[in-house]
Design a protein around this ligand. Structure first.
Ligand code: ATP
Length: 252
């Protein structure tokens, strides 16, 4: 469902993503882990079509994003790490606006879909309030609603759990599992090893732009030769390697 082939992104001499190859099957919840500055957000922005690669290809649902960007965007939902919301709209108005972007504004099932998403993300009672009055967690849950509105086959999420309280995090994890059961493929970056262990069937660890390990949590444990939790595995696999790119942004 998702293929990254020799994917590379350079920022003025800095290889933020360096020859990344990954293949993710339908219905899989895929965790993308790595230390700060490893290249997670850059990879995700490339997959969302926000950035153009320096080299390589991204295939989503059988389509090359550089050849069919609109068709790819119609079958993918994207939740960025710093989402943008129109705060002077209510949540209902915002979802109708997003529906318009996908050409769904006159879809007969739109109101039902919106109601279902508001219920799912615990926002139903506040759907007609201005977004500016929402808490951080409510805004994040609304962004999830907007990413799911067009029923994407692939959901690409950058750091979904940041700023969510335990109830919000549980909601999102349950939603990921439900979506995956329905066949949606989920690609999520996370710093939370606990989340990765809990919900992801497959994991890749990226460091300094390169994939250094892939597999299930158990396979990674075996590769690292470490017993115990994913944190020990992560630390073992990333130790002694380049921690991050040294090039300071100010020199660009
Ligand atoms: P974090 O966990 O801290 O969010 P990350 O794994 O998401 O990090 P990226 O944000 O993809 O990492 O950054 C990868 C590298 O690319 C870093 O060295 C970063 O400084 C650099 N970088 C990111 N965006 C730009 C940009 N627009 N211009 C130049 N360099 C950039």
């Amino acid at each position: 469902m998702i293929k990254l082939i020799h994917l590379t992104k350079e920022y003025k001499g800095l290889r933020a993503v360096d020859d990344v190859n990954l293949e993710i099957k339908p219905g899989v919840i895929f965790g993308f882990l790595g230390p700060n500055g490893a290249g997670k957000t850059t990879t995700i922005r490339l997959m969302a079509g926000v950035l153009r690669p320096t080299g390589g290809r991204i295939i989503i649902n059988g389509m090359d994003i550089s050849e069919e960007p609109e068709a790819v965007k119609r079958c993918a939902g994207f939740v960025p790490d710093r989402p943008f919301l129109y705060e002077k709209l209510t949540a209902s108005e915002f979802l109708r606006f997003v529906a318009g972007l996908y050409g769904l504004d006159h879809h007969p099932a739109l109101e039902d879909r919106m109601a279902r998403l508001f219920e799912l993300f615990d926002l139903f009672h506040w759907k007609d309030e201005l977004i500016e009055s929402y808490s951080h967690g409510m805004k994040q849950r609304l962004v999830m609603c907007s990413a799911l509105l067009h029923e994407p086959k692939v959901l690409i999420v950058d750091e979904p759990m940041v700023g969510l309280d335990p109830r919000g995090a549980r909601l999102v994890k349950d939603m990921f599992r439900d979506q995956a059961r329905g066949g949606t493929t989920i690609f999520m970056s996370t710093h939370s090893l606990e989340v990765a262990q809990d919900v992801c069937q497959e994991i890749a660890i990226i460091q300094a732009g390169r994939i250094i390990a892939t597999g299930s949590a158990e396979e990674l444990r075996q590769k690292a030769g470490v017993e115990g939790d994913l944190e020990s595995v992560f630390l073992k696999l990333t130790e002694g390697k380049r921690i991050a790119h040294e090039t300071p942004l100010s020199s660009h």
